[in-house]
Design a protein around this ligand. Sequence first.
Ligand SMILES: Cc1cc2nc3c(=O)[nH]c(=O)nc-3n(C[C@H](O)[C@H](O)[C@H](O)COP(=O)(O)OP(=O)(O)OC[C@H]3O[C@@H](n4cnc5c(N)ncnc54)[C@H](O)[C@@H]3O)c2cc1C
Length: 497
Amino acid sequence: MGKKTKKSEVDVVLIGAGIMSATLGTLINELSPDINIEIVERLDLVAAESSDAWNNAGTGHSALCELNYTPEQADGSVKIAKAIDIAEQFEISKQFWTYLVEQDILKNPSEFIRQVPHMSAVFGEKDVNFLRTRFETMEKETLFKGMEYTEDKATLSNWIPLMMENRDNDEKIAATRVDMGTDVNFGTLTRDLVQHLQTKENITLSLNQEVRDIKREDDARWEIEIKDLNNGEKRKIKAKFVFIGAGGHSLLLLEKSGIPEAKGYGGFPVGGQWLRCKNKDIIQKHNAKVYGKASVGAPPMSVPHLDTRYIDGEQALLFGPYAGFSTKFLKKGSYFDLPASIKLSNIRPMISAGLDNLDLTKYLITEVMKSPSDKLDALKQFMPTAKLEDWGIEIAGQRVQVIKKDPKHGGILEFGTEVVSSADGSIAALLGASPGASTSVAIMINLLKRCFPERAKSDAYRKKLREMIPSWGKKLNDDAVLCEEVRRRSQAALQLS
Ligand SMILES: Cc1cc2nc3c(=O)[nH]c(=O)nc-3n(C[C@H](O)[C@H](O)[C@H](O)COP(=O)(O)OP(=O)(O)OC[C@H]3O[C@@H](n4cnc5c(N)ncnc54)[C@H](O)[C@@H]3O)c2cc1C
């Protein structure tokens, strides 16, 4: 006689224990504490994929330094709409974390967020002109007030001594600086959030449990098939709502759900590596996240940057990322991930996006072929005194960029994040990577509005949301007084100075 499959029921299943599920679970629990939740994670740890500290760059993306959010236009002007949008979203994240610290839910803010100046640095006449125009356009906006710009070598030596040592005096270089940038340890933040959720009677965390299948039942609920990776046993959970927060594997699980909204989506994996500094004296000499300009064909997330990090209480320094190619969709994924994701419904968009992005393919091949000394050359543009012996390699997380149907091109490759949900809002998945973790709170509040529309309309829900995020529904960039007020509160609670 075959073994009986165990069955259980919950309101909500969150697949994956990364920053997205942790944020959604915390929001649901604060807004609707009666909802019971099971978080299902295939690994034996929380936040061990992209959300873990060394798997991402830890930049609190707020468009203070990332040049890919402010593209140059044909007439030489700089478009900053995306930068404003991302900065607004990061302020929402900070307000939520502020609320959680004030409620004593998050206890030690300096363990997950630190103030680190955000800078952009460019080399050569053309890029210097671009950066100057970008600065002149941005500094007028409330969200970017206080940004500084310089081409002066003495000021640069003061801001970024490590980058200016032994630099050719004739080299044209410019930089902007905003002191209020942040370094965020999304791994610690995720673990703190999940630890808090585990104190609730109606929330369960199940580790070493892999979701294998998702099917819609006749009663409109979802049946999740789970394999216990410790003993191979299978079980099933019935849920009214499912969030697929499985990082790179979200696409594969979304395809299993069979919802028509998932048709036409594909994924393109981009791996990454950092150079991590081993020399304490060098680490101490740099205090900033300095973003440069991406080379032609490079995906936006491969913009080189020299970054101060704070991980496990220690200051660290990384440079990169160097992009790479692997067919895995997660660091601990399978080489069959990419082939398994190809279906009849997405093969055309995937081929079209591939043909349209030959520059990217060429770039990735060049990056993969790079020897350690080629890697050093890239670092030397930032730090002319760099020596290979002071740096080691650290493997970053995998990103799966979204490919989607496009009526004109057949398929396009996107570099942002995208929530795909069923028409009735009973299942949703997060695809894509960037700006990702930094904007997780705004992404998840919008997801709740889409998937729990009745609750989201209630007065109690709206009141609580406004208590947690005072600027919700307003634009800080249009309200200098409110912007200053929420920033002052966040700076104090999160101990940023
Ligand atoms: C190189 C790199 C640099 C980045 N830099 C930044 C940055 O500077 N700032 C920023 O804000 N963002 C950055 N990001 C993006 C950020 O890391 C992601 O947006 C974020 O971590 C995604 O969180 P997640 O919860 O969706 O996924 P993850 O953290 O990957 O979590 C997904 C979880 O789902 C689990 N899982 C997968 N399949 C299953 C299954 N079948 N059953 C059960 N569990 C499953 C996985 O084991 C994993 O724990 C970067 C990403 C990378 C790769």
